[in-house]
Design a protein around this ligand. Structure first.
Ligand code: PMP
Ligand code: GLN
Length: 379
């Protein structure tokens, strides 16, 4: 059997959700919303299922969704994309990541990864034959050291995998860091694979800057988005990839043998959603902002040190020097009945890590129940 997967543990999301069920815990671990997602989008999917086309859609995605993705990024990020040659639909951002890494990496090519990182990255890089080079993001702001990043680039760097806004950090990169990374990508022969699934969840400060929109980077980036995050529909697994035609030609070859296509009713519902009025997108942020402040104040009152975060629907607490997030989460789910994610699971080396991630995209009652349980437990 292949060693990458035979040697890989079950993902922390599945493990913690299973423990949450077993202990009847409030699940603030795996990132998924309490909210069922916009009704008009779900209705559109239901109509498509009952009366629409339910056979294979075109391999690159329904034209209506590819047009809608290009129009959406023009509207929100001022980007110009040719929907026919530069946009492809995938089965979630996860498939887009797998496609990009399989299409770009040759065995022995180096891939720069920032740690902590979303847990799918490393196994996918390794399975594609890539050699990881890690760059550390440091709390409280989860920034890289420019000198360390420069040192990570070599003649063999083929890919830089950049997640902004960052899961698990809950932060968005500052313009200076994005520009520095952009200039290093430009100087090297590498392609940046930009995981921007959290692009619509930046709550304060400067807006999200897609790396692909910086000068000279249009042909050097693969931009990845996910309807699961934009519409609180994580189970749908509808993603999109944007890249220049030369890169897209090869990405689409990987996609044609990975999944080939994505359910057509979900695609047309997402196309509809991307065109909804601004009220939807600002409403999403308002809701998340409120939940974030409720969870942050509850955790602080329970005596935990909450790290600043201005994006995603995750908040982190720092248990301080010597703290072990894995042990904390295991005890909290069993003894307090609240599940969270130990951020150590997002690092390549198993070492105690004092950071713990909580998902706050939950109803007020859910958050209040979790806070009550944690406060009682800590008292
Ligand atoms: N990348 C990041 C950074 C994520 O947080 C997630 C999901 N939480 C994904 C990729 C996967 O997205 P999808 O469910 O669309 O595959
Ligand atoms: N992306 C979600 C998170 O970070 C979980 C994804 C999954 O369960 N595979 O929590």
């Amino acid at each position: 059997m292949n060693r990458v997967f035979s040697g890989t543990k079950t993902t922390v999301f599945e493990t913690m959700s299973r423990l949450a069920l077993m202990h009847d815990a409030v699940n603030l671990g795996q990132g998924f919303p309490d909210d069922p997602g916009p009704e008009e989008v779900r209705r559109k999917a239901a109509e498509g299922l009952l009366s629409g086309w339910n056979q294979y859609p075109p391999m690159l995605g329904l034209p209506e969704l590819r047009r809608a993705v290009a129009a959406h990024y023009r509207r929100f990020q001022g980007m110009e994309l040719d929907w026919e040659s530069e946009v492809m639909v995938t089965s979630g951002a996860t498939e887009a990541l797998a496609c990009a890494l399989m299409a770009l990496l040759e065995p022995g090519d180096e891939a720069i990864l920032f740690e902590p990182m979303y847990d799918a990255y490393l196994p996918l890089v390794l399975r594609a034959g890539g050699v990881p080079r890690f760059v550390r993001l440091r709390t409280p702001e989860w920034r890289f050291d420019p000198a360390e990043l420069r040192r990570a680039f070599s003649r063999r760097t083929k890919v830089v995998l950049f997640n902004d806004p960052l899961n698990p950090g809950g932060c968005a990169a500052c313009r200076g860091d994005v520009e520095l990374l952009g200039s290093l990508v430009r100087e090297s022969g590498a392609v940046a694979v930009c995981d921007e699934v959290w692009e619509h969840t930046v709550f304060e400060g400067p807006a999200h800057v897609p790396l692909i929109s910086l000068p000279g980077l249009h042909d050097r980036c693969v931009k990845i988005g996910s309807a699961g995050k934009i519409f609180s529909l994580t189970g749908w697994k509808v993603g999109f990839v944007c890249a220049c035609p030369e890169l897209m030609r090869v990405l689409s070859k990987a996609h044609q043998y990975l999944t080939f296509a994505t359910p057509p009713n979900l695609q047309s519902a997402v196309a509809h959603g991307l065109g909804m009025g601004d009220f939807y997108f600002s409403g999403l942020k308002d809701r998340l902002r409120r939940s974030r402040s409720r969870l942050a104040s509850g955790l602080t009152e329970a005596g935990l040190k909450v790290l600043p975060g201005r994006a995603t629907y995750f908040l982190n607490v720092d248990l301080g020097p010597g703290g072990d997030g894995a042990e904390f989460c295991e005890r909290m789910v069993k003894e307090a009945g609240v599940a969270a994610i130990p951020v150590g699971a997002f690092h390549p080396e198993p070492a105690p890590c004092p950071i713990v991630r909580f998902c706050f995209d939950k109803r007020q009652e859910t958050l209040d129940k979790a806070i009550r349980r944690i406060s009682r437990w800590r008292a």
